[in-house]
Design a protein around this ligand. Structure first.
Ligand SMILES: NC(=O)c1ccc[n+]([C@@H]2O[C@H](COP(=O)([O-])OP(=O)(O)OC[C@H]3O[C@@H](n4cnc5c(N)ncnc54)[C@H](O)[C@@H]3O)[C@@H](O)[C@H]2O)c1
Ligand SMILES: [Zn+2]
Length: 343
């Protein structure tokens, strides 16, 4: 965690990090919502708005065009390898900014200031960067750790409730992958307050769960697959919802995926059913649960097409108990159907 700072004084931390950079070597990328944070953030920093790229908001703009916009700015304004790209925003901004920085002149310096809860606990840490291509999520990307990540509760109070809950779903996953106490703390913070020191500590503990796993397996050959818990079914639900009238946020779909994959864990790995019941009730209370009756075949189809799945069935990370995960479990379409419909 040495490259991650948790602070309530983000301006001061940033000014300290950038003091020797100078305005011609500092570049900033934000989106149309997060650009409002930049003036205050950079109040005590020597910088120029001419070195700023503002990308459009949202997943549909996590694209080659947006990345090319960032490269253009860097190239036009003479960025060098020793220049810094400061990414201020949610996961779309940190994923694209991280990619642009990792590839510009074979790699320049990059600092992330994640402004959504999801980006703070997940997207901005762990070194995955990239963008969507030909309708495929994160089709192009590289592993590249940012030089520094600064996490501050300052940004979270303006976050819409559903965005907060979307990030909390990844924290729920981290709780399930670590221990009961952590899991209980995540659920107890469902109503914030987000600016408290207690919540910042919880965010730090959540990040450390991810960081511990990533450190064992940075390139996702084994243990890192634990972080896919809830995502095999969650991604299928997310993809299907994107073509419907009521698209789900990533974390909302993951919460529904966690519920279904915990059910599979009870069935196949003996995960305690009392704990499953608590998580199921939590997900039903706070997330947009829906019936999958008419969608089950389409969801299975999407899971089958995922490159990670083979003839033996669909590949899942499951849990034996809180904190004890098991990778590479194959489940049959019948088992998955039951998990989607029968819980
Ligand atoms: N690299 C990784 O390991 C990793 C992990 C998980 C997710 N991701 C990626 O992260 C992306 C999702 O990230 P996200 O959920 O942060 O979405 P996002 O970046 O699209 O942000 C969501 C919305 O919130 C707005 N916003 C950002 N900060 C705000 C604030 N403080 N107050 C008010 N509004 C704010 C944004 O402008 C945007 O409209 C996806 O593209 C996903 O693939 C990457
Ligand atoms: Zn996720």
């Amino acid at each position: 965690m040495e490259n991650i700072v948790f602070t309530t004084d983000v301006d001061k931390t940033l000014a300290g990090l950038l003091q020797d950079v100078g305005q011609e070597r500092l570049f900033v990328v934000a989106d149309k919502n997060t650009v409002v944070f930049c003036d205050k953030l950079l109040e005590n920093v020597d910088w120029t708005p001419l070195n700023m790229a503002v990308v459009d908001c949202g997943e549909e703009h996590k694209s080659l065009e947006s990345v090319a916009g960032i490269w253009s700015l860097l190239s036009r304004r003479g960025a060098r390898r020793s220049s810094v790209l400061l990414c201020v925003g949610g996961g779309t901004v940190t994923d694209m900014g991280g990619f642009a920085a990792a590839t510009f002149k074979r790699g320049m310096r990059c600092i992330n200031i994640p402004t959504t809860l999801l980006a703070q606990v997940d997207a901005s840490v762990g070194g995955k960067t990239g963008f969507n291509f030909r309708g495929l999520k994160n089709e192009i990307g590289v592993f590249a750790e940012p030089e520094q990540v600064i996490i501050s509760p300052r940004f979270l109070s303006s976050l819409p409730r559903e965005q907060f809950l979307s990030g909390l779903a990844e924290m729920l996953k981290h709780g399930l992958l670590s221990d009961e106490e952590h899991l209980e703390r995540v659920m107890a913070h469902v109503n914030g307050p987000v600016e408290s020191a207690d919540f910042l500590r919880l965010v730090r503990d959540s990040v450390s769960v991810k960081e511990r796993i990533v450190r064992q397996d940075p390139r996702e050959k084994g243990a890192r697959k634990a972080l896919n818990f809830g995502h095999t079914i969650g991604h299928a639900i997310e993809s299907l919802s994107l073509s419907s009238d009521c698209p789900l946020l990533h974390g909302e779909a993951v919460a529904l995926g966690i519920r279904a994959e915990l059910y599979l864990s009870v069935r196949k790995k003996g995960f305690p059913s009392s704990c499953y019941g608590r998580i199921r009730d939590f997900v039903c209370q706070y997330y947009p649960v829906r019936s999958f009756e008419s969608q089950v075949d389409a969801l299975l189809e999407l899971m089958m097409h995922d490159k990670k799945n083979e003839q033996a069935g669909i590949n899942f990370t499951l849990l034996e108990e809180v904190g004890k995960f098991s990778i590479n479990n194959y489940c049959t379409p019948e088992e998955i159907k039951e998990a989607l419909l029968g819980n």
